[in-house]
Design a protein around this ligand. Structure first.
Ligand code: ADP
Ligand code: MG
Length: 258
């Protein structure tokens, strides 16, 4: 098939000159390619456009200009099949309060009318993978800890075995210990599944922990893409240096001199 061949070797995710404006705010123009099986972290201050970028990749918002491509194929509005190749952990977790943990995780599979035995088997696999206690699958979100709720969001994102995972501040609201545990588990999961991962965090240390590459956004533009080392040694903009140094100062152990 010619169409399939032309996408061979194409980036898993590609934005070409994408613009999405909300009045004076918004994103773009942004061009960005994420190769298959890599983890890229989007970092930057609040309002930089990180969540908007993920929503554009998901097709939840349409660009005003430019194009999003998945494996070389342009993303079309209402392309539900393409959408299902993407797993999404929404900022804040986004669990439905009236559904149990298992019901939240299996929501799309049930919508697709998977047989219950298959749903149950997949829930079991994912609970083991994400270290979620299987007996808690029957609990409602308000009966879960913050870390457990994020594991449910992750199960939901992984349920249909997507090629790509998009995570929007998946560890944002957790206490430091829970956060460290989930960070370690998440990194292991990314590595073991070999997925393409695009992860949003405002925490530089977390970005470095997860990602092969960092992309620093500000005011809807990519200021710099590269390793932490590149951002530190050759900042492309004075803001890059400010952002990196502000975060590094925060991350130093008590009493350490900057
Ligand atoms: P981040 O996730 O980096 O904090 P967002 O992508 O949420 O940033 O937002 C980028 C900019 O676009 C912000 O200025 C925000 O106020 C604006 N914005 C995002 N979504 C909307 C929307 N639905 N309506 C109006 N403005 C929006
Ligand atoms: Mg956001």
């Amino acid at each position: 098939m010619r169409a399939a061949q032309s996408t061979e070797g194409a980036p898993a995710i590609e934005l070409r000159e994408v613009v999405k404006r909300y009045g004076a705010e918004g994103l773009g123009p942004v061009s960005l390619a994420v190769p298959a099986a890599r983890t890229v972290a989007l970092i930057g201050p609040s309002g930089a456009g990180k969540s908007t970028l993920l929503r554009l990749v998901l097709g939840l918002v349409a660009p005003d200009r430019g194009e999003v491509r998945l494996r070389g194929a342009p993303l079309r509005p209402e392309d539900h099949a393409a959408r299902r190749r993407l797993g999404y952990v929404v900022q804040g977790g986004g669990l439905f309060p009236h559904l149990t943990a298992g019901g939240n995780a299996a929501l799309v599979a049930r919508h697709l009318r998977w047989p219950e035995a298959r749903v149950a088997a997949r829930l079991g696999e994912l609970a083991a993978l994400t270290r979620f206690p299987a007996e808690a699958l029957a609990r409602f979100p308000h009966e879960l800890s913050g870390g457990q709720a994020q594991r449910v969001s992750l199960m939901r994102a992984l349920f249909l075995e997507p090629e790509v995972l998009l995570l929007d501040e998946p560890l944002g609201a957790l206490d430091p210990i829970t956060r460290a545990d989930l960070q370690a588990d998440l990194r292991e999961i990314f590595a073991s599944l070999g997925k393409t991962v695009l992860l949003v965090t405002h925490d530089l240390a977390e970005a470095v922990f997860f990602a092969h590459e960092l992309v620093l956004l500000r005011d809807g533009r990519v200021l710099q893409r590269g390793s932490l080392d590149a951002l530190v040694r050759t900042p492309a903009d004075p803001f890059v240096a400010r952002f990196v140094h502000a975060q590094r100062a925060l991350g130093l152990p008590a009493g350490a001199a900057p």
